[in-house]
Write a new protein. Structure first.
Ligand SMILES: NC(=O)c1ccc[n+]([C@@H]2O[C@H](COP(=O)([O-])OP(=O)(O)OC[C@H]3O[C@@H](n4cnc5c(N)ncnc54)[C@H](OP(=O)(O)O)[C@@H]3O)[C@@H](O)[C@H]2O)c1
Length: 201
């Protein structure tokens, strides 16, 4: 498949790119700083662009099969509308270009429960932005899947538990490698259309 990755230079994004290439996909990494992408592969194209610019996204994503986003603000305590703005630009660009499949990374803190409410309060600016991103995606009319993991780790495994509409029970962390595996599986297996999916170790 031909995959378009946003946030490809991040810790989860790099895993998505690497695993996608290992699985034989063609990958376009849409990045603000191409120097941040150290991977080279004949099936990888690194394109410099602005993730909130609908027209740039539209031009770049032509003829792709799916878009994956692991975008996240580098400073989570600083007020930002990055996720909302990028979701708006991305979904509009997808609608215009006919790319229908979107798998996007959000956070388990949006599920109910006291620990999640505490996280949502501590990271309230980021969580508000992330909520706004989810609302845009859900209203997009695209074939979307929203992945909501708990705290991400650098552990070395790709297995995960998933549950549509709720967090897997007693799942407090998940490796970024496993998040990437889930997002790619959702695309390859054509699963979780129009679903918010809780994922965890
Ligand atoms: N950390 C956790 O425990 C946790 C838990 C649940 C959910 N999440 C969610 O997972 C997502 C990704 O997490 P992560 O740790 O993989 O992120 P990360 O390593 O911080 O990577 C963030 C990515 O977003 C890009 N980015 C940030 N600001 C940008 C901007 N203004 N313009 C263009 N690109 C920009 C970064 O590009 P550069 O390389 O150019 O900076 C990078 O590719 C976050 O949205 C977060 O909400 C995180």
């Amino acid at each position: 498949m031909k995959l378009f990755v946003i946030g490809a230079t991040g810790r989860t994004g790099r895993e998505i790119v690497q695993q996608a290439l290992e699985k034989g996909h063609y990958v376009t990494a849409f990045v603000r700083s191409p120097e941040g992408s150290s991977l080279t592969n004949e099936r990888l194209t690194v394109l410099k662009g602005n993730v909130v610019d609908e027209n740039q996204l539209f031009e770049a994503m032509q003829k792709h099969d799916a878009v994956l986003s692991a975008l996240g603000p580098r400073k989570v305590f600083k007020p930002s509308s990055l996720l909302h703005d990028s979701a708006l630009a991305t979904t509009r660009a997808m609608s215009r270009s006919g790319v229908r499949r979107l798998v996007i990374l959000s956070a388990a803190a949006h599920f109910p429960g006291i620990p999640n409410r505490i996280v949502s309060f501590v990271l309230r600016g980021h969580m508000r932005d992330s909520r706004a991103m989810e609302a845009i995606v859900q209203a997009s009319g695209l074939d979307w899947t929203i992945a909501r993991p708990p705290r991400l780790t650098e552990e070395n495994y790709t297995s995960y538990r998933s549950r549509e509409g709720a967090a897997p029970k007693m799942g407090f962390t998940l490796a970024r490698k496993a998040v990437a595996a889930f997002m790619l599986d959702a695309i390859e297996q054509q699963k979780h259309f129009h679903k918010i999916v809780g994922i965890a170790k």
